[in-house]
Design a protein around this ligand. Structure first.
Ligand code: SF4
Length: 715
């Protein structure tokens, strides 16, 4: 087909990948039902900019691997979870799951038959064993409407609060600390506010790779005079633009930030008027940080006392200082303590409620903020209303017409534990892939394999779908209309550009179909009506609708949607809990110390070109070509000590398993540490990770476990 043959139209939507939430337009070939091109739009978060994923990563939607019909497991099929895995770990060769391997073990079914089986499977377990024998994993890749319906189905239809999603794996500890400290889990200031900051502390994150367009605004700010203080355990590229880069040892964040507060408090750099007016418990912070002088912690943290002092003075003397953090802060067994320190640091210096200040945990997935707002978490209804609050329970019982459980449900890892011990018998998984994304996947494999009934709804045959009894084909982001909420609290409408392939259906309609089959019908004329019900139950979204959001969206809260874009800065006068609660934290040991047998610290994360478990980006031709395989990054000095060559194959082993992977020698990773991205099934980092969780946020310690690296012969 030549260019002149193509009939094209332009659809305004939002990038389906990260939490930056870049507005874009897709140029769609109307005859071929495919996207030809992605163009950046003038959105509040991106001003026309896109990264490589947004610009080139759309072709996964029309990949030949798409699920097009419902599937049911054949009788006498292979053992669950044995196709991409065996007792030695992930099977090779690599790449995303090949349908040719999996499909022979399933047969195509009509929607009628598939939904009937789901109704019998999930409904039967509920009726025999009670609702708490069921659980659901929703998705931060879906829309607010889907998240709202999913948790409503689980709570009102299944009869349990066992509903969670991947926020448990990324920022649950940040949210726990924010809810405790200020009474809200959302960011206080948008990313672009960095342009008005004198100093920005960027810690535990790698925005150039994980929030690429946000990183471009950080670099612009640095060029215009904002001092960047970058703190990390592995040098991120944004450090090239920093006034100071401080490389701390893994797991020493609490000591480092307590030392900064020690300097700020003892040198009189606190904002005493702000402390008096807007905080409580500052005396506990003053007392706690006294033993954490820069001199006392320098050896542990691995940064000279003078540099810790200088960083503290730069932050403390700034008129406006802002804090950004990522999963290097949150994904620890002390992740909540890490975030408590950052909140206290902002509060004792009066850095919130003004331009160029504030707290900004950079959200990972495109709708992890919205999915959490919509109640896709086990202890809270929409808008963070506690399920244990009788008034909230009564409100949602009236709205949903069912008696609801006041017991907080299980989190992601607790659901896995429940499946292992038999308490959880059936699951509904929508758009999640725990067999690659969750810690200690050998344990996850056993848990998924023990379920009596599993329904997976997705667009591809994921590794997790191999365990399913029924697989339902859903729709890709470009095939549906719905809202998503970015890291800035910006609510935007993603609009349908393509038709789902074959018999694949809209996800929100499939959720409602399952509701019908288990005796809890949920009927809406269209997806905007779902949003209206969600907004009516979620005070932060009051006044918003698809019509109001239009093509540009709004920040929530938006008290006057007709005349304003919403609030880019919140909590100017007071916090939702009134005064901010300052909670002292103490340095604690890692979950698994290194030793002679396992001498290196494993840090897991992401790369620019890939996304989560790679189900979408590994099926995008451009992204796959740039980044086709996993790797372990190791410092050249450590590589020399262990006999590892650049590009050579190694085995990485922890107490939970072993993977074979190619080595990259890089001095950006600190001596004594290695880094492995999480996206690659055949070199699955989560074979190695530790399942221990933070006691408050229940988030796993993806950033710290002990491993060893041994060179092996070429593949
Ligand atoms: Fe998409 Fe994030 Fe890249 Fe923007 S920065 S184009 S939202 S992946």
């Amino acid at each position: 087909m030549t260019a002149v043959d193509v009939k094209a139209r332009v659809v305004d939507s939002v990038c389906p990948y990260c939490g930056v939430g870049c507005a874009l337009s897709w140029v769609v070939d109307t005859q071929g039902n495919r996207i030809l091109e992605a163009r950046g739009r003038d959105g509040a978060a991106n001003e026309g900019r896109l990264c490589v994923k947004g610009r080139y990563g759309f072709d996964y939607a029309t990949h030949a691997h798409r699920l097009t019909k419902p599937l049911v497991r054949r009788e006498n099929a292979y053992p669950k979870g044995a196709l991409s895995w065996d007792d030695n770990g992930p099977r090779r060769p690599g790449g995303p799951v090949d349908p040719e391997t999996v499909l022979p073990h399933f047969r195509e079914a009509s929607w009628e038959e598939a939904l009937e089986r789901v109704g019998q499977g999930l409904g039967g377990i509920r009726d025999t064993h009670g609702g708490d024998a069921l659980a659901g994993f929703g998705s931060a890749k879906g829309s607010n409407e889907e998240a709202y319906l999913f948790q409503k189905l689980v709570r009102a239809g299944f009869g349990t609060n066992n509903v969670d999603h991947c926020t448990r794996l990324c920022h649950a500890s940040s949210v726990a600390a924010l809810l405790e400290g200020i009474g809200s889990g959302g960011v206080t200031n948008i990313v672009r506010d960095i342009e008005r900051a004198d100093v920005a502390l960027i810690t535990g994150c790698n925005p150039t790779e994980n929030h690429p367009v946000a990183a471009t605004f950080m670099k612009d700010a640095a060029a215009n005079g904002t001092e960047l203080l970058v703190v990390n355990t592995r040098r991120p590229r944004i450090a090239d633009y920093a006034a100071m880069y401080l490389e701390i040892r893994p797991g020493t964040d609490v000591a480092f930030y307590n030392a900064m507060m020690h300097v700020i408090i003892n040198e009189g750099l606190t904002d005493d008027a702000f402390i008096a007016a807007r905080t409580e418990n500052v005396e506990a912070i003053r007392e706690n940080v006294q033993e954490y002088s820069p001199e006392a912690v320098a050896g542990l943290v691995g940064v000279d006392a003078e540099r810790i002092t200088e960083a503290a003075r730069r932050f403390g003397r700034a008129n406006a200082a802002m804090l950004f953090w990522g999963m290097g802060i949150s994904q620890h067994t002390h992740g909540t303590d890490n975030a408590r320190c950052l909140i206290a640091l902002a509060m004792i210096t009066g850095n919130t409620g003004r331009p160029g200040t504030g707290l900004h945990p950079l959200r990972g997935q495109n709708n992890v903020q919205g999915a959490s707002d919509a109640g896709l978490i086990p202890m809270m209804y929409p808008d963070y209303q506690k399920v244990s609050d009788p008034d909230a329970q009564a409100r949602f019982e009236a709205l949903w017409g069912r008696t609801l459980s006041p017991e907080p449900g299980r989190t992601v890892t607790e659901i896995t534990d429940g499946a292992l011990d038999g308490a959880i018998r059936g699951m509904y998984i929508l758009g999640e892939n725990p067999f690659v994304s969750d810690p200690d996947v050998a344990k996850v494999r056993k848990a998924l394999g023990k379920l009596e009934f599993l329904v997976v709804q997705d667009i591809f045959l994921t590794e997790t779908a191999e365990f399913a009894d029924v697989i339902l084909p859903g729709s890709a982001f470009a095939e549906k209309t719905g809202t998503v909420t970015n890291t800035d609290r910006r609510v935007q409408v993603g609009r349908q550009a393509l038709q789902p392939p074959g018999e694949a259906r809209q996800d929100w309609q499939i959720i409602c179909d399952i509701g019908e089959r288990i005796g809890y019908p949920m009927r809406y004329p269209d997806v905007s009506a779902v949003f209206d019900e969600f907004a009516s139950a979620t005070g932060s979204y009051a006044g918003l609708s698809h019509a109001v959001l239009g093509d540009r969206g709004r920040w929530y809260p938006c008290p006057d949607p007709e005349h304003s874009e919403g609030e880019p800065i919140v909590f100017k006068e007071t916090f939702p809990r009134g005064r901010a609660l300052l909670v002292p934290a103490r340095q604690s040991p890692p979950v698994e110390a290194t030793d002679a047998a396992y001498p290196l610290v494993l840090n897991t994360g992401r790369v620019l070109e890939h996304w989560h478990t790679g189900t979408m980006t590994r099926r995008s031709a451009a992204l796959h070509d740039i980044s086709p395989e996993g790797f372990v990054e190791i410092h050249p000095d450590d590589a020399a000590a262990y006999g590892v060559a650049d590009g050579g194959w190694v085995e990485v082993t922890s107490r939970r398993g072993q993977i074979r992977i190619r080595a990259r020698l890089r001095d950006r990773v600190a001596r004594g540490s290695v880094f492995i991205p999480m996206h690659f099934r055949e070199a699955c980092a989560n074979v190695l990770t530790h399942p221990a969780v933070d006691p408050f946020g229940k988030i796993p310690a993806f950033k710290y476990c002990a491993v060893r690296v041994d060179p092996v012969a070429a593949e």
